[in-house]
Design a protein around this ligand. Structure first.
Ligand SMILES: NC(=O)c1ccc[n+]([C@@H]2O[C@H](COP(=O)([O-])OP(=O)(O)OC[C@H]3O[C@@H](n4cnc5c(N)ncnc54)[C@H](OP(=O)(O)O)[C@@H]3O)[C@@H](O)[C@H]2O)c1
Length: 242
């Protein structure tokens, strides 16, 4: 299926997994719009892709700032005229060293502002454009750490992780994914959550596989054809338990 002429927005695509998702979508022939909080970083990331002969642009978007999200949606309408793929990649993790019993609630709220409310705000603002696409796709960047099945102790394979804010924000993001999938059932839009696996980025402190490898699942969900799934959480090995 050709991707030429289709437009993708990837939030938080200035670096890490988001940049590699943007690169992969552009390599599939899409016009890619890098979502960036900082104009210089957005320009640099878009130029890095353009220098490889890819069709890349950037738009300013801070997902925690409603006005910024709405302004970005207006840019998509005015300048790019369409949106076929939205990857909600922007995400933060602040609670690296605390246990749930000592977690800082203000920090937790900040994590939810980006990882949960920011995603909802972006989807709501971009949906009018996505609804005009014959193959609208939304990918929410989640993690195995958001899976209750994987993190529940004592036997869950990821029960070692005690990141109250980050893990629970991604559990909420999984629920957000399901809720939107239910509302969008019967439309051409598919929305899924992706688990990239541990990747060596700023967020993870540089541990894990390459962001190029981490981008693969999101890319396959962004490029799903009409009989692909919706409302699921997927990793490289297929469906991930909730
Ligand atoms: N790395 C992993 O092992 C891993 C594993 C599972 C899931 N994930 C998920 O994958 C996604 C990407 O993670 P990553 O490791 O590539 O992270 P990263 O290297 O830290 O990059 C995060 C990106 O998000 C942007 N961002 C942060 N807050 C934002 C906001 N309020 N508005 C807009 N952009 C914002 C950052 O922009 P600035 O440059 O402006 O800060 C940056 O471009 C996240 O959702 C993360 O939870 C990562």
């Amino acid at each position: 299926m050709t991707e030429a002429g289709r437009v993708a927005l990837v939030t938080g695509a200035t670096r890490g997994i988001g940049f590699e998702i943007a690169r992969g979508l552009a390599e599939h022939g899409m016009r890619v719009v890098i979502g960036a909080r900082d104009p210089a970083s957005g320009q640099k990331a878009a130029k890095a892709l353009c220098d490889r002969g890819l069709d890349a642009h950037y738009v300013i978007i801070d997902v925690t700032d409603r006005a910024s999200v709405q302004a970005a949606a207006a840019v998509l309408v005015d300048r790019f005229k369409r949106l076929d793929v939205l990857v909600n990649n922007a995400g933060i993790s602040l609670d690296k060293h605390s246990l749930p019993s000592t977690a800082d609630l203000d920090e937790m709220r900040r994590v939810y502002e980006t990882n949960v409310f920011g995603v909802v705000a972006v989807i709501q603002s971009m949906l009018p454009l996505l609804r005009q696409s014959d193959r609208g796709r939304i990918v929410n960047m989640s993690t195995g750490l958001g899976s209750l099945a994987l993190t529940r102790g004592p036997d869950g394979p990821m029960a070692f992780s005690r990141l109250l804010a980050y893990n629970s924000s991604k559990t909420a993001l999984n629920a957000v994914t399901v809720q939107f999938a239910n509302e969008l059932a019967g439309t051409p839009i598919k929305i899924n959550a992706a688990n990239p696996g541990l990747c060596a980025t700023e967020l993870s402190g540089g541990k894990g596989q390459s962001p190029v490898a981490g981008a693969k699942v999101a890319l396959s969900l962004a490029l799903l054809d009409a009989d692909g799934p919706t409302g699921g959480l997927f990793g490289e090995g297929g469906p991930v338990p909730w």
